[in-house]
Write a protein that binds this ligand. Structure first.
Ligand code: NAP
Length: 308
């Protein structure tokens, strides 16, 4: 079965949802596809302080409002995981094949799939995921109320989520492999001022200890001295060691760079006419809600231009 639209948006994070608002307000027949829940990374963080007009925003609530807004002007929201995007060379039409076997077609497609969390590169990390290892503090933080948890990473996600965890956990130890943090200074200053946050610089997790198939401590190694330190009372490990783009569905089209990010021009268009990308999935420097929303608006405006 094939259904035809004017525009297919893959992914309903802030970039995809903004593109849906702009496109549907322009009477473009739009479908927005989502494999999980609408909101993207906004569902994985509690607070947002750099969304203009909302000084202290509750991130999932903003995501929910964006989702309602994204379908308010006629865009269709559809659950479905995309397996492959292909191009009909003669007509230029894009085919979007879902893992369910369904195919959608449209002259324009916006890839707004964002990124997925990079796994902790330790042998038992996969096995212990959901058993003490987590990639989402907002989802799993409550399981570690009044316990000692560890956050691994030195970027914005690690520091922001450590601050969130410190509200309910007895102690949060941030472990970062360097002395300098990648995270914004304002967040780092805030974390440093919180009494139950300890920061261990130039340490890496060497081994996750386990007992009864659950995390039961972490062995850390100082990268400068090779000194080993065991924190036996750590029961939760939150991993924020970076992200990778979700672009498997377009890799064969040759529109991605060596790290998998989609290459676009200033109109968010790839080298294939009618194939666009927006948000965290594109090659760029600043990945935030504000910049994702910007990309989504530009991509939809360009689609409007393409279709008229
Ligand atoms: P990130 O900025 O890439 O940071 C990943 C961190 O993990 C880095 O500090 C990195 O260390 C460390 N790391 C990487 N591999 C490691 C390993 N094998 N072992 C230990 N540590 C390792 O990733 P992110 O924090 O998930 O953020 C992703 C993007 O979203 C970024 O562009 C970020 O700015 C953005 N974001 C923005 C906000 C905000 O605006 N408030 C919030 C969250 C995320 P090195 O520093 O040594 O490389």
């Amino acid at each position: 079965m094939e259904t035809t639209y004017d525009l297919i948006i893959v992914g309903s994070g802030p970039a995809g949802m903004t593109a849906a608002i702009y496109a549907s307000r322009a009477n473009i027949k739009t479908v927005i596809l989502e494999a999980g829940a609408p909101g993207g990374k906004m569902l994985k963080t509690m607070e947002i302080e750099n969304w203009p007009g909302v000084t202290h925003g509750i991130s999932p609530q903003i995501a929910y409002e964006m989702h309602k807004h994204s379908t308010a002007f006629g865009a269709e929201f559809k659950m479905g995981e995309v397996a492959k995007v292909s191009i009909d060379v003669e007509s230029g039409m894009k085919k979007v094949l879902l893992t369910s076997g369904e195919t959608l077609t449209a002259p324009a497609v916006i890839i707004a799939t964002g990124t997925k969390e990079r796994p902790l590169p330790l042998p038992n990390a996969e096995k212990l995921t959901g058993r003490g290892i987590s990639y989402c503090a907002i989802c799993d933080g409550a399981f570690f109320r009044n316990k000692h948890v560890m956050v691994i990473g030195g970027g914005n996600s690690a520091v922001d989520e450590a601050i969130h965890l410190a509200k309910t956990s007895a102690k949060v130890t941030i472990v970062h492999r360097r002395d300098e943090f990648r995270a914004d200074q304002i967040s780092l200053n805030r974390a440093e001022a919180i009494e139950n946050i300890e920061i261990m610089r130039s340490f890496v997790a060497e081994e996750i200890l386990e007992e009864n198939n659950k995390v039961a401590g972490v062995v850390l190694r100082n990268v400068k001295t090779d000194e080993l330190v065991t924190l036996e009372d750590v029961e939760g490990v939150f991993v924020y060691v970076g992200v990778d783009p979700i672009t498997e569905m377009v890799v064969e089209l040759g529109v991605t760079n060596e790290w998998g990010y989609v290459l676009v021009d200033e109109n968010m268009e790839t080298k294939i006419p009618g194939l666009y990308a927006a948000g965290d999935v594109i090659e760029k420097k600043i990945r935030q809600v504000v910049t994702a929303v910007n990309d989504g608006a530009i991509a939809a405006e360009r689609v409007k231009h393409q279709l008229t």
